[in-house]
Design a protein around this ligand. Structure first.
Ligand code: SF4
Ligand code: SF4
Length: 420
């Protein structure tokens, strides 16, 4: 099976860190903690020391390496483009090889690598949601009724669905002749927590006549396993997705989740040519919609009488790969939206996969800044393009005691489309 890169494979990139410190200003963890071990150059130095054997994978070393959101913000600003997120992820895999998975890592790997178990767990939680959760203000999420391991009381969670998205829709939805055919890589967030985002995507693609294939046997992109250092799980999931997505020829593979887009477009391509080809086919939904001329179509619609103030949050996994313009273009063209930029739109929301499970207090601190920026913008809605960000943004907004809601931009696009 194709393998992800080892820590040794990053020696050249590690050597390129000149310790200039330019990354300090852009690391959300350093901004919250102000400790050198938290910033990219500190982590790169630790990884070098792990390679030479100058430090052992224990104690403070493990703590410092766990304090990374793998957001890639440092690489985007680094003069030498040192990929700290990839280096830290490789170090975590090496640590897991030496010491085994943590409790959370074991649970993540077990669930992700057994899609049937994951389906069952999601459906059971969905069916029992009234028992397990209590509703907090309408559409703002749920709170657990009692504390659970690694889930702090008061944390807002989205409801799990009793009927996952991929079970609600046919595998092929034909579009108009002569229009593109795309595969939809749904990801787990849409499949299990926010099926309405998947339904919105199908309505928008139907509006522009695109044929959609939703392979039933696709699995998780593996990002939570990347964060947990579960390398073998990531590799197995990537191989399954390669099989599922290459069965039927398509023009592109669309994603409506920034993390899935980074999984297929940035992380899996480390594993060889087939994955590079697949990564090049993978396209974020808003880049695709802009290419298909949807922004112009939306801008031509009559302005709505009631305008809603909406701001935009850049998911790190899109922003660090240069995707910032297209979602704004779509947002600004919506007839019912008064688009306002917020300060710090490009800063991380603080989720970071398993980071927010291990370090919820730090994650909350990072999220609090974002929620304050949403409040200062005066927006009633903060739109984004990542189920994980939606979950974290809503949690942060709720902690601030605000009424704003986090939504996926596709939900706003669907609301603007003319009635069929
Ligand atoms: S990671 Fe990049 S920005 Fe940070 S200290 Fe090293 S070279 Fe400078
Ligand atoms: S990947 Fe993100 S959290 Fe990790 S060191 Fe870089 S900027 Fe900081």
């Amino acid at each position: 099976m194709a393998k992800l890169k080892d820590l040794e494979d990053y020696q050249e990139e590690i050597n390129q860190c000149v310790k200039c410190g330019a990354c300090r200003a852009h690391c959300p963890v350093f901004a919250a903690e102000k400790r050198e071990g938290r910033v990219a150059r500190g982590k790169v130095a630790l990884c070098q020391a792990l390679l030479t054997g100058d430090v052992k994978a224990e104690g403070k070393v493990l703590e410092d390496l766990s304090q990374c959101l793998l957001c890639g913000s440092c690489e985007a600003q680094c003069p030498n483009k040192v990929p700290t997120d990839e280096i830290v992820a490789a170090a975590r895999r090496r640590i897991v090889e030496e010491r085994g998975l943590t409790t959370v890592g074991t649970a993540v790997a077990a669930l992700l690598s057994r899609p049937r178990l994951m389906n069952l767990a999601a459906k059971t939680s969905g069916a029992l949601s009234n028992l397990l959760f209590k509703k907090i203000p309408e559409k703002s999420g749920l709170h657990l009724r009692f504390p659970a391991p690694y889930l702090e009381e008061g944390r807002t969670l989205p409801p799990l669905t009793a009927k996952p998205f991929r079970e609600r829709v046919p595998e092929v939805i034909p579009g108009d002749p002569g229009r593109p055919t795309v595969a939809f890589f749904t990801g787990c967030g849409i499949n299990y927590m926010y099926p309405e985002i998947g339904e919105a995507l199908l309505k928008v693609l139907k509006f522009i006549g695109v044929t959609v294939i939703i392979p039933k046997d696709q699995v998780c992109c593996g990002l939570p396993a990347v964060s947990a250092g579960a390398g073998a799980t990531v590799e197995a999931l990537a191989a399954e997705n390669l099989r599922a997505l290459s069965r039927t020829p398509v023009d592109q593979i669309v994603t409506a989740c920034a993390s899935c887009s980074a999984g297929l477009g940035k992380i899996h391509p480390q594993m060889g040519e087939e994955y590079v080809v697949q990564g090049k086919k993978c396209i974020d939904i808003f880049v695709f919609l802009v290419q298909q001329g949807l922004a112009e179509k939306l801008a031509a619609l009559p302005k709505a009488a009631k305008q809603t103030k909406v701001t935009w949050h850049d998911p790190c996994h899109l922003r660090t790969r240069g995707i910032t313009k297209e979602p704004r273009q779509i947002l600004a063209s919506l007839p019912q939206v008064d688009f306002v930029e917020m300060a710090g739109a490009a800063s991380c929301c603080g989720l970071g996969g398993t980071y927010s499970v291990y370090h919820y207090q730090h994650s909350k601190k990072i999220g609090a800044k974002k929620a304050a920026n949403v409040k200062a913008s005066g927006a009633a809605l903060v739109a984004t393009d990542c189920p994980g960000c939606i979950m974290q943004l809503q949690d942060s907004i709720n902690h601030l005691g605000e009424q704003a809601r986090a939504v996926h931009l596709l939900e706003l696009v669907v609301a603007a489309l003319p009635e069929e």
